[in-house]
Design a protein around this ligand. Structure first.
Ligand code: A2P
Length: 318
């Protein structure tokens, strides 16, 4: 298994299991099966609403000796309602308790967006804090405390542009990871190269195009990555499935990748993609598929007149 190496020598298995959209009632079985197959990296988040069931699956596997804690890589993410510096440590403690792991290997700021405490789905500008009211640097104070207390071995961010990342690079503990949407339709090569130059690794989320996103996060006419004819042709040429090509592409580019599945067959198929080496020609054909197509547009943050218009979220023209 390829790994992502951090400055202190810790290594994260580059292929992990994504758990966004894995429902309570199915996620525990998926994690148990994934552990059996050999997955050791699990990507979780408070907002996914399924950490307790994942924690139970970890506990069973630890009790049964299927895995030792040191062999697991557990990532979770701070939700937007806990961006005040003094809210971060309590929030990570809650994730740790749900996941039953004592510490997290990696803790990420989930979005560069601050929402007022207790607000579930903000729909009005008054339900947000602007970045002037709760700056990302304040949230990072809390993240550094979490690292200092040993609650998180590594800290990072998600959905951060190069500009937002830049604001944290001079900190005592700079971010070590930026988890962003990455797949052949949205390759973000400049962001990824910039991050790498500053010692920040990348994790590719929605690597398969996340076609199981809830209705509100989908556009009616969006292209379906897994059904792309060019991808199908590459897959046929290399003797792999389209999903395996997408996973192998991400790994070969040097990012971590966290495909989600709750299906035993697809879990195994995805894990086996780590063994695939794509020839240069296939990598070039995949590079040519870029269409700067974001599936998770962040438009849902842009409540009318609110402080997070889409172009400021990504720091690029809408
Ligand atoms: P399922 O969980 O039923 O396997 P992403 O990782 O980009 O969020 O994509 C997740 C979506 O892709 C889910 O709908 C998941 O369905 C599906 N999926 C996962 N692995 C595969 C695969 N190997 N082939 C086809 N679809 C897959």
């Amino acid at each position: 298994m390829q790994t992502i190496e951090f400055a202190n020598g810790d290594r994260m298995p580059a292929l992990g299991l994504g758990t966004w959209k894995s429902e309570p009632g199915e996620v525990g079985a998926a994690v148990t099966e994934a552990l059996r197959i050999g997955y050791r990296h699990f990507d979780c988040a408070t907002i996914y609403g399924n950490e307790a069931e994942i924690g139970d699956a970890f506990q069973r596997a630890l009790d049964e000796g299927v895995v030792q804690r040191d062999d697991l890589w557990v990532t979770s993410k701070l939700w937007c309602t806990a961006h005040r510096a003094d809210a971060v440590v309590p929030a990570i403690r809650e994730s740790i308790e749900r996941l039953r792991v004592e510490y997290l290997d990696l803790y990420l700021v989930h979005w560069p967006v601050a929402v007022k405490e207790g607000v579930m789905g903000p729909s009005d500008p008054s339900e947000f804090y602007s970045l002037d009211e709760v700056p990302l640097s304040e949230t990072w104070d809390g993240m550094e405390q979490a690292a200092e207390l040993g609650l998180a071995r590594h800290i990072g961010v998600s959905y951060y542009s190069a500009k937002k990342l830049g604001g944290l690079l001079e900190r005592r503990f700079p971010p070590e990871m930026d988890q962003v949407e990455l797949h052949p339709y949205l390759q973000q090569s400049e962001l990824f190269a910039h991050a790498k130059e500053h010692g920040v690794a990348g994790t590719a989320y929605s690597p398969l195009g996340s076609s199981d996103r809830p209705e509100g996060l989908r556009e009616a006419d969006e292209p379906v990555l897994l059904e792309d004819p060019a991808l199908a042709a590459i897959a046929e040429r290399v003797g792999a499935t389209p999903a395996q090509v997408l996973i192998a592409w991400a790994l070969q580019r040097g990012t971590a990748v966290i495909p989600k599945s709750v299906n035993p067959e697809r879990l195994a198929q995805n894990f086996a993609a780590a063994e695939i080496t794509l020839p240069e020609g296939a990598m070039a054909d995949l590079a040519a598929m870029d269409r700067r197509r974001r599936y998770v547009t962040g438009a849902f943050w842009a409540a009318r007149g609110g402080p997070y218009p889409v172009e400021e979220l990504w720091d690029e023209p809408a």
